[in-house]
Ligand binder design. Sequence first.
Ligand SMILES: C[S@@+](CC[C@H](N)C(=O)[O-])C[C@H]1O[C@@H](n2cnc3c(N)ncnc32)[C@H](O)[C@@H]1O
Length: 418
Amino acid sequence: MSTDEVRDRYAAAGRRALDGQTRARDADDPFGSVHYGDDAAGLPVTTSLGCGNPTAVAELRDGETVLDLGSGGGLDVLLSARRVGPTGRAIGLDMTDEMLTLARNHATQAGATNAEFRKGRIEDIPLPDASVDVVISNCVIALSTDQSAVFREIARVLRPGGRLGVTDLIADDTLTDAERAASADIECVATALTAADYRSLLRAAGLTRIEVQPIRDVGHQLTSAIIRAVKPAPVRIAPMSQAHADAVLAIFRAGIDTGNASFEATPPDWPTWDTTHLPDHRFVALDENDHVVGWVAASPTSSRCVYAGVVEHSVYVAPAAHGRGIGAALLDALVTSTEHAGIWTIQSGIFPENTASRALHQHAGFRELGTRERIGQHHGTWRDVIAIERRSTTVGNGPGGRIQSGPDDPETEGLARG
Ligand SMILES: C[S@@+](CC[C@H](N)C(=O)[O-])C[C@H]1O[C@@H](n2cnc3c(N)ncnc32)[C@H](O)[C@@H]1O
């Protein structure tokens, strides 16, 4: 269905609603008012055409600016306006004049003073960069003929740390191109993304912490779904200082609590941690409020001088900050500082089950040397550890790539640290 056909269809739906023709919905109808409860009391639920309630999935807060893509009759904008309160703002965007008229009428009837409706296409959002805290949408993105552009625009208008909370239709993996073409006049069948495509396009637009949660089969091999994602806030990598001690140990503890990050049962006290880690090779990742969201540090592997260029590292990222590339930025800082100091090997150990850490390290140039079987007991269970190392290609290599100096003893020690 082309954009013009979509507009014509919703212009007609808007005209019917303006004429007071709304359709009663059965309780088991997958679309419309059935998704709203008492929170929508006094608002125009009968003109809702959505497949969910995005305001229920987006966790809106006082003072936030919310943008609803394809706002239709305006219910989700008015609900958002209530949730964000008088210091917040809710903006509806729609390309169909009749829907904009309907929504503005509803806003007037509701007495909403912090809701507004703008004309425009979701593929070309008429708002400045980084001007919105939350983007919501209800059963609209699946209608677009250019979802990559929609997600790029969402990433552009969201402020760093802003979030996406959407209800939409996704296509079942079984839907073939031939079936899409044969049913092209049924809304969304030709254009709805599969869950995997939804994820990969959101990721390509730079969004992270992506969740696609199927909810309900709505027929035609389409399923309603909740989709959430976050625009990563930039982090700053800084040398670690004593002022970061509490946060560093708290993040260490959160890692220990996963059961897959360390043999340690509890973090040491700060003086112990401090004396066992090299002062020049410890960094924190700080968010936009200067809160510590991750750290990396290294310890000497041995007092033997042949090992002077070999360190053992730990890297931890706060659970709420996962998926934002923070671990990679911390490892990058560690590699730079250690190479600058003439260190040629960074090594450590990872529990095999910690697939995220294995992928992070492989991406950062570490190789897996092999599995050390049942190397130690963890809460009474013998655990394997994968030994990893990153051998510098710039430090400790002589002419022709020969090693000038380095460990001459195959001794390994102290893997699977925190
Ligand atoms: C299925 S209705 C959903 C309306 C509303 N979100 C709701 O839950 O009631 C789709 C709405 O999106 C609008 N729309 C569809 N494609 C659009 C696009 N590419 N740009 C802007 N608006 C669009 C239509 O005009 C229509 O109002």
